[in-house]
Design a protein. Sequence first.
Length: 479
Amino acid sequence: MKQLDLNKTVAALVEEYPELLDIMAEIGFKEITKPISLKMMGRVMTIPKGCSVKGFDLNDIITKLNSYGFECVYGSQETVAHEATEHKEVKKDDRTPEGRELLLRDMIERLNKGEDLESVRADFVKAFKDVSVREITGVEQHLIDEGMSVERVQKLCDIHSALFHGRTEQEVMAEEDAQRGINLEMGHPVSQLRLENRIIEKKIEDALKANAEGNREAVFQAITDLKGIKPHYAKKEELIMPLLERYGYPGPSQVMWGVDDEIKQELSRISRTINEEKWYEQERSNVEGVLNRMKEMIYKEEEILFPLAMENFTKEDWYHVYEDLEAMGASFVNKTFKWQEAEDFLAAQTASSFTNGMIKMPTGELSINQLNIMLEALPQDITYIDANDHVLYFKDKMHIFPRPKSCIGKLVYDCHPARVRPMVEALLDDFKKKERDHMDIWMKDVRVRYMAVYDHDVYVGCVEMVEDFSEVFKERESK
């Protein structure tokens, strides 16, 4: 029989016996078959510990594994049957990954029951001051994989940065960079995003000071200015998070994107109503709250998101992120620094892929260059999604809603925030079932039209057309 060392982690056992992954799912450990769970929890979880967390009898699991031809041992030859009954139940105060997961579950429940954030934050710092942020985010991802809603886990996301309070951002960055051996050129996307963060950080501090002093006019100006953070959030959401999902880290996209949306919505709400003196006096604490959430988001980006990306992205990945960076717009930084090695790579790639071939159609023919020029001349922003919901094409110069080139080949709903994905999936499903063939969405003077495309009655994709009608409406009003 094959020997399974129960002292080894599940990830190590699966590497030794790949067929064990399907067997684990068969005997009740379905979550571990997901790549993110295997990557994060599989590195620390053993089969006995997994039994305690799931409430399984270890003897039953050993019997099932025996039926698949595995002998369970501790170490080399020592049988474990007699030790199964001695296995202790995991407690939430254990200094183990399983115990910490139970503790995080408990904190999420406390937050959802309305307990004061600062009270939970204090316990969080006490319990997790010596635990890596990556392990914490890995546990959170495991909770999502097990079925806990993203919204519930998202509440815990707001207390992560408590681990770094008491040190300046520059101190944390210098320490972490030295440990990771990171020395980035100024044109590297992470360097550009960090530069934006330094300016955002200063604006937040100025706004917090004005709010503490009760200077409503200064706060209004600062909040209005900070609405310019949208391109910064868009760059991490559309260039970095989707790529991390490909590498098995959907957590940042599912959780952090939602927090970004809440921050943007709160900034808009405050900027619309802050001129009302009575409102401002009543909600100064909410102003402070959103500013602190923005400050904490900087910690999350630089201590979770950027390090994860640096550990997983290839140089070529970063070249393509750089390619889209400028088109996504800048937040408070006028200059985009050039990254020469990325420029050289992208120029070589363009040169090798260009062709002057002709495209023959029923009513004529065009060169690739002519077709591209014609599409670029149209007043609409155009995106094409294929029958399998992958983005195949968009116009190079998207004037209203810029797209990163990295979205080519991705599932279209992975290019949207989590709250919008169900709507996109439902619309495409309607197109495939022929329950509708188009849908229009108006955003002030901008119309977004989705049109199903059929070839001989077979669904082959969807075209999204975005057009700004503001000039048309102005002309009508003037007549």
